[in-house]
Design a protein around this ligand. Structure first.
Ligand SMILES: NC(=O)c1ccc[n+]([C@@H]2O[C@H](COP(=O)([O-])OP(=O)(O)OC[C@H]3O[C@@H](n4cnc5c(N)ncnc54)[C@H](O)[C@@H]3O)[C@@H](O)[C@H]2O)c1
Ligand SMILES: O=c1ccn([C@@H]2O[C@H](COP(=O)(O)OP(=O)(O)O[C@H]3O[C@H](CO)[C@@H](O)[C@H](O)[C@H]3O)[C@@H](O)[C@H]2O)c(=O)[nH]1
Length: 436
């Protein structure tokens, strides 16, 4: 089977690589020439555990190709996946310009039946827009070529993308023709044979499933952050509460971690886009509005705690930060809570020093020399008055507190991810504050 994947980002590159691992011949397409050149030279444009070796292996096997020319590969493929970005527009709606660009190229260039599958996260109704654009282009050419559209939203998490793709809880496919269903059944057969279910449904339901899933997960996080903030005020411990409620199988133990707010390229934008879809259809999603509001406040919580411990006077204080990426095991800083904390610290007059095992270059690209970049996790605490943990990378879990105490000027530790033990920290004579 030959397929093309358009958009070689976190989703497109992982999708293409994983399908090629299953024996499919995959051409990954991107308009970003530098990205494609890098990939052709074996250099990964993103950090994702396990990705590099899988890409190199499948390139070597001749099943994985990279190009900037979508038109040139259309004659050789039966399915085209669109995995381009759908960033938020100013009003919060999903910007569909890249998705529709792909549809336009497909309409302009196909010469035989093609199935265009949208993998990007797109609002309900997008497949119909994609279909209309393809038809418009075919009409302009004066040709009749059969085609189908389908929706196959992606549920992978950054940092665990390969595992999530290869062993999905489910594959959701929205279709409106038998032929499209047969093609998707064939493509996903190796997954079904390995015991992973594929759920076929109508296209609007598939499109909505993606937003509902992300909104539900974001709701759990904002709910727990709300509970954590109340725990602090009433003398309860949110970590005990998390274990207490998570053992109820109806609730489940995943995605109940209180912290300094959710970030990333998905939850913030998809929550906003769902709110927009509601408004567009005359319906206010009140729960989802609250989810976003809680998260906006929570992203500042580490700053608020540090500020309070220094009696609202951070002028000239050195604050060290552990973790910049929006979560561990990625270099992605889109909507990262660290960016909010850094901005507020700088505005309050603090000197900010940062360290992240992978996202240092990405941070430099985003905020330049507004902060000091340290060599390693110990270098960053030298002379610091306070240390804030924002991203729970494994290497931050069991540091040498003796060494840190010696290197720091002060003794304030604010733990934005609740990974340290209150008693142990107090025994080390730190002033320790966490969430909830
Ligand atoms: N990042 C995730 O964890 C994740 C998970 C599930 C779903 N999604 C969704 O998948 C989509 C892609 O997300 P991402 O994080 O991979 O984005 P990304 O920004 O990492 O990658 C998008 C790529 O598309 C390319 N592109 C844009 N227009 C193009 C065109 N006309 N032709 C060819 N290439 C084009 C860009 O150059 C870029 O490389 C989004 O809708 C996102 O919401 C993301
Ligand atoms: O209990 C938790 C779990 C996560 N987070 C935060 O939530 C954000 C998102 O984390 P995660 O979901 O692990 O990463 P993403 O890569 O953004 O993945 C989400 O967004 C993707 C894009 O739509 C979906 O495909 C995934 O299923 C969905 O989990 C991060 O800032 C985490 O720190 C918490 O604060 N508490």
């Amino acid at each position: 089977m030959n397929i093309a994947i358009v958009g070689t980002g976190y989703v497109g590159l992982v999708t293409g690589t994983c399908f090629s691992e299953m024996g499919v011949d995959v051409t990954c397409v991107d308009i970003n020439e530098a990205k494609i050149k890098a990939l052709q030279g074996g250099v990964m444009p993103i950090y994702e555990p396990g990705l590099e070796s899988l890409v190199l292996k499948n390139v070597e096997a001749g099943r994985l190709h990279f190009t900037t020319d979508l038109t040139a590969c259309l004659d050789n493929v039966s399915i085209v996946f669109s995995a381009v970005g759908t960033p938020p527009d100013e009003d919060g709606s999903a910007d569909l310009r890249y998705v529709l660009d792909v549809a336009r190229t497909v309409g302009r260039s196909i010469n035989k039946y093609t199935l265009l599958v949208t993998k990007s996260t797109v609002p309900v109704g997008t497949a119909q827009k994609v279909k209309a654009v393809i038809q418009e282009e075919l009409d302009k050419r004066g040709v009749t070529i059969p085609f189908d559209v389908a929706s196959n939203p992606e549920f992978l998490k950054e940092g665990a993308a390969i595992k999530d793709f290869m062993a999905p809880d489910r594959v959701v496919v929205g279709i409106e023709s038998d032929h499209a269903r047969k093609l998707m059944e064939r493509l996903y057969r190796p997954f079904v044979l390995n015991g992973y279910p594929i759920l076929f449904m109508d296209i609007p339901s598939a499109e909505m499933t993606k937003y509902a899933a992300n909104a539900m997960l974001a709701t759990r996080i904002s709910f727990m952050n709300d509970i954590a903030n109340l725990c602090e005020r009433v003398g309860a411990d949110v970590e005990c509460v998390r274990k207490g409620i998570g053992s109820d199988t109806r609730i489940g133990k995943h995605f109940l971690y209180a912290g300094c707010g959710y970030g990333g390229s998905c939850f913030p934008k998809d929550v906003k886009a769902l709110l927009y879809t509601g408004k567009e259809n005359g319906y206010t999603m009140r729960v989802i509005e609250a989810v976003e509001e809680v998260n906006e406040t929570q992203k500042s919580i580490v700053f608020e705690k540090v500020n309070k411990l220094f009696n609202n006077d951070l002028k000239g204080k050195i604050v060290a930060i552990w973790g910049l990426a929006f979560k561990p095991d990625t270099d992605d800083m889109r909507e990262a809570p660290a960016l909010v904390v850094i901005d507020k610290l700088i505005k309050a007059g603090a000197i900010v020093k940062v360290y992240d095992p992978i996202a240092m270059d990405e941070c430099k690209r985003r905020i330049g020399n507004q902060v000091e970049y340290a060599k390693d996790m110990y270098d960053v605490v030298v002379d610091a008055d306070a240390l804030s943990l924002i991203t729970e990378w494994k290497q931050f879990r069991l540091p040498s507190w003796k060494c840190i105490k010696r290197l720091m000027r002060g003794n304030v530790i604010v733990d934005g991810r609740n990974i340290y033990d209150q008693e142990e920290m107090e025994n080390e004579y730190f002033v320790y504050s966490r969430i909830g």
